[in-house]
Design a protein around this ligand. Structure first.
Ligand code: GLN
Length: 447
């Protein structure tokens, strides 16, 4: 059924960079056989799942949305996909993304632009736009995305699905193509909070292959889904996020959703995070800096594309000039500049200090409340082409999601209504470190 939907819808939605039909059918048959034999099957067994194409899948092309990796077939499996294989999911394909996860619309993909299933002229958000669109169009049940500055939550919001960026270190990054390593985190997309909880329970956990992986017990996250909200739960509205640049309908809809939380018994408070607004500028120093180092590995020798030239440096430069797209080049240049001798203290070090201040704002907030809420994205889905000429306006899409990555906290986007054109609006819930339990609890009670 899902394969049929993919066949019918893909010419319009273009969520997938590759569809792994043969593998999917053979896996599905194995599950069928188990069922026929009367064996018990796990919760995720046989579930059609899509994987963002920046997670390595052994023997299956992994492009990261870049021409430089157009023919790259990984010789190993990422930890997350390994865990999902073990849980018995059926991988239906690899989804589109902005090249190297740099973007907020999938328009920076080196291959195709994905359409928003709610309005095909609009973008699905990004960078995990393919995964969000695939879940929204029911081309799969659940999907994995990655989130460095909002790339799970913003597309979830624009496509009307649930998306969670877990606490930094909760999910292994082994086999995830690195963008900005101190911010990158893998997480689930789903149509319900329960499905997201099931998926996170399967992918989370300590992994010795990722040096930033946390050694913590992983609960079954579905135990936190209860019909009613815990008594005395305190919810903080981040005052600053309701300021300039926020679409009026988005503001009103999220305010309504917060009122519903109050009706459900939550105590609502306004909370100020005054340094939140420095998140975006700090991010656009830190993320490109880390990216410029991470992307140095694409040298025409170890991976992917090679353009021959007369000498080694010539080979590096023609390969990189042909293989990388405009946005990736912009970030490599920004990062290389910010890290260069003499500028390091002024830019990178300063941005890291800002990062600490943002963390302190969150720490203070969580002394007063259990969970913070704000809009996920300042607008609903925008038209393809609308922001491509102005990188700064595109960067502003992530105003409210970026501080969460800088502080390493978990953040979830859940659908909370529609604008007057019928486009979905998302509300972001932010928890303290490793408090995914509260996010699931509140999101489920709201849903
Ligand atoms: N849109 C942001 C960027 O372009 C965030 C991307 C992400 O989270 N991967 O960097």
């Amino acid at each position: 059924e899902y394969m049929q939907r993919i066949e019918t819808l893909e010419p319009k939605v273009r969520a997938f960079l590759s569809v792994t039909a043969d593998l999917a059918f053979s896996k599905a048959k194995q599950v069928d056989a188990k069922i026929a034999a009367g064996e018990e099957i796990g919760l995720l067994e046989g579930i059609p799942t899509a994987i963002k194409d920046n997670m390595c899948t052994k023997g299956i092309k992994t492009t990261c949305g870049s021409q430089i990796l157009a023919n790259f077939v990984p010789p190993y499996e990422s930890t997350v996909t390994q865990k999902l294989q073990q849980a018995g999911v059926v991988v239906v394909g690899k989804t589109n993304l902005d090249e190297f996860a740099m973007g907020s619309s999938t328009e920076n993909s080196g291959f195709q632009v994905t359409a928003n299933p709610w309005d095909l002229e609009r973008v699905p958000g990004g960078s995990s736009g393919g995964s969000a669109a695939a879940v929204a169009a029911a081309e799969c049940v659940v999907a994995l995305g990655s989130d460095t500055g909002g790339s799970i939550r913003q597309p979830a919001s624009l496509c009307g699905v649930v998306g969670l960026k877990p606490t930094y270190g909760l999910v292994s990054r082994f086999g995830l193509v690195a963008y900005a390593s101190s911010l990158d985190q893998i997480g689930p997309f789903a149509r319900t909070v329960e499905d997201a909880a099931i998926l996170l329970s399967a992918i989370a956990g300590y992994d010795p292959s990722d040096s930033t992986s946390l050694k913590v017990e992983i609960p079954d996250y579905t135990q936190f889904l209860q019909p009613t909200l815990k008594k005395g739960l305190k919810v903080g509205i981040i005052t600053e996020t309701f300021g300039e640049g926020l679409d009026a309908t988005v503001a009103a809809t999220v305010r309504n959703a917060i009122a519903k939380l109050q009706e459900l018994g939550a105590e609502i408070k306004e909370i100020s995070c005054p340094r939140f607004r420095y998140g975006l500028p700090a991010y656009y120093i830190i993320a490109p800096s880390e990216a410029s180092a991470n992307l140095a590995r694409y040298d025409a020798v170890k991976y992917g594309l090679r353009q021959e030239a007369d000498n080694l440096v010539g080979m590096y430069s023609t390969t990189r000039a042909t293989g990388f797209g405009t946005e990736v080049k912009r970030r490599i240049m920004l990062g290389t500049y910010a890290l260069s001798a003499g500028y390091y203290d002024a830019y990178y070090l300063k941005a890291q200090k800002v990062r600490t201040l943002i963390k302190q704002d969150f720490e203070q907030a969580f002394e007063e409340v259990d969970v913070l809420v704000c809009p996920t994205s300042p607008t609903t889905a925008f038209k393809a082409g609308e922001k491509t000429a102005d990188p700064l306006s595109m960067y502003l899409s992530d105003l409210m999601t970026i501080p969460v990555n800088l502080a390493g906290l978990p953040g979830m986007s859940i659908p909370c209504g529609f604008d007057d054109q019928g486009l979905p609006i998302g509300m972001q819930l932010i928890g303290n470190v490793l408090r995914e339990d509260i996010l699931f609890h509140v999101a489920h009670a709201y849903e």
